[in-house]
Design a protein around this ligand. Structure first.
Ligand code: UGB
Length: 454
């Protein structure tokens, strides 16, 4: 091979090597660039997936939490506190209302705070410097404008009422997350003996399911609060021993209302036994007074008498007078506060019992039964108007013929001593009634005249 040919060949080989070198570099660059794009894209997709997962994740082990998450959103939406700014304003109101203004004051969640006994107790507790947060569903069992008027009264005392239902677990849990309540005064319930025949389910929903829901939240709270709650004189049912003592039989309820209150006492026993919740049940005896319940006889008798309408006065099957141990609201408030002040702490924590806890039941009555006929004649005197009385045999609607409280246990443990007789208490009620409903001054004048003889 000639030397020039050899040189040409070697040049061509070098050129080819060089070109192949350039191609290699180029393809490596392309590969590098495309793998970078791929890497970034993968990263982006992973990030998006991670975010989607995080937003939708509900732990499988806690399906209740998942369900409650939805409920939580719903209840917060329904109470108008879901947006972050309104939510923090709402939380601030919750905190302020439940903060005590005196040293060692209580922090009390009062359920049924827009109700008759609830509103009176909330004001009394607030006035002595305790923190009070109200809770009420403002249902329409009776005129809601009366509940709203009570709410206004409470607002003047800086008591905030959270609008919600006892069966809204997430909302209750949220309240316990915000506030370490020392006590719960549980007065929210479906009341009324006779209405239980019309709407039995409402008693199950409030007095049983609602109670259990509240106890579930309270037992899991840290600290667990001490709970004082409203039972009823109606648990004595067909008991014939008098006066009614806490030792007597309560296994013969005459109405579904009574049965749900009795069930509440048994449920309280269970939560005390398993979780160490301190629980005190108060058996109220026909509570009456200003800002009372329009479904109760003394209230709707007053309205009927003023409007010239007839009233039914029940008599027993053997034609005896029906009587009640009517108890004035201020005495009941003293009893509730006494029970709160003597309630020991719950012993559980983290939902577990750590030792035995207090379990109590007390009668809160007036110790002096009055026949319904006498109640009507006191009202006639106060209103200056004769009632159109219609005496009838007590219908079989859950009523019992007679109630009479022995209160020695409440007296022994927290000095409970009722001081208002029916005539005095009804005078205060009528004074409030005519003022609240704007009844003519003529009636007021006659009323103040009648006061002297009542
Ligand atoms: O202590 C309780 O645990 C309960 O007290 C209350 O029930 P009661 O004692 O039945 O009160 P209330 O209805 O005012 O009837 C009073 C009297 O009037 C009689 N009565 C009633 C209606 C009527 O039309 N005629 C009549 O004679 C009737 O027979 C009775 O003798 C609460 O409502 C209840 O929620 C619960 O707390």
């Amino acid at each position: 091979m000639p030397p020039s040919a050899t040189a040409d060949t070697s040049k061509t080989v070098k050129l080819e090597r060089y070109n192949s070198y350039l191609r290699k570099i180029h393809s490596t660059k392309v590969l590098n660039a495309s793998s970078k794009v791929l890497f970034r894209a993968t990263l982006l997709v992973a990030l998006v997936l991670l975010l989607l997962f995080a937003f939708n994740y509900h732990p499988l082990s806690d399906s209740r939490a998942a369900a409650s998450h939805h409920l939580h959103r719903r209840s917060f939406l329904s109470t108008g506190i879901f947006s972050s700014s309104s939510s923090s304003a709402w939380e601030k109101r919750v905190r302020q209302s439940s903060t005590a203004k005196r040293q060692h004051g209580l922090s009390v969640l009062v359920t049924g705070a827009a109700g008759f006994v609830g509103s009176h107790c909330s004001i009394a507790l607030r006035k002595r410097g305790d923190g009070v947060l109200g809770f009420d569903n403002f249902n329409d069992y009776y005129d809601t404008s009366l509940k709203r008027a009570r709410q206004n009264l409470l607002e003047k005392q800086q008591v905030f009422i959270v609008e919600g239902d006892l069966n809204d677990g997430p909302l209750l849990r949220k309240l316990f997350d915000i506030v370490p309540f020392t006590h719960v005064l549980h007065l929210a319930a479906q009341a009324g003996v006779r209405y239980a025949m019309k709407n039995p389910q409402s008693y199950i929903s409030s007095n049983i399911a609602g109670l259990v829901n509240l106890l579930e939240v309270a037992k899991a709270a840290n600290p667990q609060p001490a709970i004082v709650w409203a039972s009823s004189s109606s648990v004595y049912g067909l008991n014939t021993e008098n006066p009614f003592s806490e030792e007597h039989r309560t296994d013969q309820p005459a109405s579904l209302y009574a049965a749900t209150k009795k069930a509440g006492e048994e449920i309280a026993h269970t939560y005390n036994h398993i979780y160490g919740l301190s629980l005190t049940g108060l058996r109220f005896f026909t509570v009456y007074g200003p800002w009372g319940r329009p479904d109760m006889a003394y209230f709707f008798f007053t309205k009927a008498i003023l409007h010239g309408k007839s009233i039914d006065i029940y008599r027993t099957q053997d034609n005896q007078e029906v009587a009640r141990d009517f108890t004035y609201i201020d005495d009941i408030v003293k009893g509730c506060v006494g029970a709160l002040d003597t309630a020991e702490k719950s012993t559980g924590s983290g939902g577990k019992k750590r030792g035995p806890a207090q379990l109590r039941v007390y009668n809160l009555g007036n110790t002096s039964p009055v026949p319904v006929g006498r109640l009507v004649s006191i009202l006639e005197g106060l209103l200056g108007t004769k009632a159109k009385k219609h005496l009838i045999k007590m219908p079989r609607n859950g009523d019992v013929p007679y109630t009479h409280a022995n209160v020695s246990l409440a007296y022994r443990d927290f000095g409970y001593k009722p001081t208002t007789d029916l005539a005095t208490g009804l005078r205060k009620f009528v004074k409030w009634y005519v003022g609240y409903y704007g009844i003519q001054p003529r009636v007021k004048k006659e009323n103040s005249h009648a006061d002297d003889s009542a």
